[in-house]
Design a protein around this ligand. Structure first.
Ligand SMILES: [Fe+2]
Length: 436
């Protein structure tokens, strides 16, 4: 995903704005933040936190375990659906990923219209064509099946159809006014967490830019986490998507706006991923391991919906945009360095993550445990054949990447320690090829 919360800070709703003054009064560490020029950023983040407290993101009803996608089909039928549009990619249908779901719908007399034109980074036209197909076929429900792109496209389709708007009219914060049509999701990778988040990332091909539609209304109401559908994921995709989920868990845990609930979800997801991802990488056929990872990805998605992501995502998005690096891999390469940067302000949290992952030992200091957690991240990367450097990164691009990353993060992402341009550039130089 691109910037889950990119538009939040720039398009504060009046509800959130009204919390700005209050939020300023609750700033932690004001002197330090003011000295670094991030007072307004921090106030915006606090305002968003306050707004989020008022209206928590809805949590989808979840079906889990082998056969969950067929059970989702049954549930959709039981809800009185007559014609469901499946939003997916052409490859998944060919591989038979939809078979169990389509069978369950058909057995219960629900007609299925398959819209399989979704591509990675779905553009406006894919969304508009999907809306047209939904109308032409008189559908009365949408089921997304796929990775982040399919689910994000489906979110945009239901939002545009139900509100009679184009994607560009809905880009931004809370612009989806009307309730959307019944909407379910079946994620087929354990990583993006899109099945549970409030954001849909859509691409404007004219501007070659990605934007987020952010709304509580586009969270699916029903989700199936079916390990059967992830058994054939290749090891490299398993590793990258799992590490994306781990990044969601870690970034949401070190967030200054985490809640007790989001912190529990983050820690549990991080521990589950660290334990199970190397197993899934070695043997993709283990259903139990796949199920654990699907649930952990879902929980990490819930956690970052509440507590946000941080600089790992902000920088990784630029590497994705500029060089088309795989999102999860870019996150994984960056995460140890960003955590090391956070360390002076996040020792206790990094130590808690170390304890959750079984890194270090109980008699060690917080400082040592924080280092043990960072070492554990590097160890995981090595076990999953993640390189230490970003192969396409070029020295001459570093200032622009850093500038764009800080623009994305500042005021939008809650982070324990703010970066300046030089800090961000220094991190990027650490992952330059031929320098490690
Ligand atoms: Fe991500």
């Amino acid at each position: 995903m691109f910037s889950h919360f990119q538009d939040l800070g720039r398009n504060l709703s009046s509800e959130a704005q009204s919390f700005l003054d209050d939020a300023k009064n609750h700033l932690d560490n004001v002197v330090d933040i003011a000295a670094s020029g991030h007072l307004v950023d921090q106030a915006r983040i606090r305002a968003l936190q306050a707004a989020a407290m008022i209206k928590s993101p809805p949590r989808p009803e979840t079906l889990t375990g082998s056969g969950a996608s067929a059970r989702l089909g049954e549930r959709v039928a039981d809800r009185g659906t007559t014609r469901a549009m499946i939003v997916t990619t052409a490859g998944l249908q060919k591989r038979g990923t939809l078979d169990a779901l389509l069978g369950a719908l058909s057995d219960r007399g629900v007609e299925a219209v398959v819209y399989d034109k979704v591509e990675p980074d779905p553009g406006y036209q894919i969304i508009l064509d999907g809306v047209q197909q939904y109308k032409d076929n008189n559908c009365d429900a949408v089921i997304a099946v796929g990775g982040g792109s399919a689910i994000d496209a489906a979110k945009a389709i239901v939002a545009c159809y139900s509100n009679d708007k184009t994607p560009s009219e809905l880009v931004g914060f809370m612009k989806v006014r009307k309730q959307v049509v019944p909407f379910s999701a079946v994620p087929t990778t354990a990583g993006t967490g899109s099945e549970v988040t409030v954001a849909s990332v859509v691409t404007d091909p004219e501007k070659n830019a990605k934007y987020s539609i952010v709304s509580l209304k586009i969270v699916p109401s029903l989700v199936a986490l079916d390990p059967d559908l992830t058994l054939t994921l290749p090891p490299a995709i398993t590793a990258a998507s799992g590490l994306d989920a781990l990044t969601h868990a870690v970034e949401s845990y070190v967030s200054p706006i985490k809640t007790e609930e989001s912190a529990d979800l983050s820690l549990r997801a991080a521990a589950t991923i660290a334990e199970n991802l190397p197993k899934a990488y070695e043997d993709g056929q283990d259903r139990k391991v796949r199920e654990e990872l699907a649930m952990a990805s879902f929980e990490a998605g819930l956690a970052f919906t509440r507590a946000g992501v941080g600089y790992v995502h902000a920088i990784a998005h630029q590497l994705g945009g500029m060089y088309h690096m795989v999102h999860g891999e870019a996150n994984a390469i960056l995460m140890p360095h960003v955590m090391d940067f956070y360390k002076p302000k996040a020792k206790a949290d990094l130590a808690s993550l170390a304890r959750a992952l079984g890194a270090g030992s109980e008699d060690e200091s917080e400082d040592q445990l924080a280092d043990a957690f960072i070492a554990k991240l590097l160890e995981l990367n090595a076990a999953l054949d993640i390189p230490k450097t970003a192969a396409p990164l070029r020295e001459e691009d570093i200032p622009e990447i850093a500038e764009r990353a800080l623009k994305e993060a500042d005021g939008n992402y809650p982070v324990p320690r703010y970066m300046e341009q030089a800090d961000c550039e220094a991190i990027l130089r650490k992952i330059l090829p031929d320098q490690t």
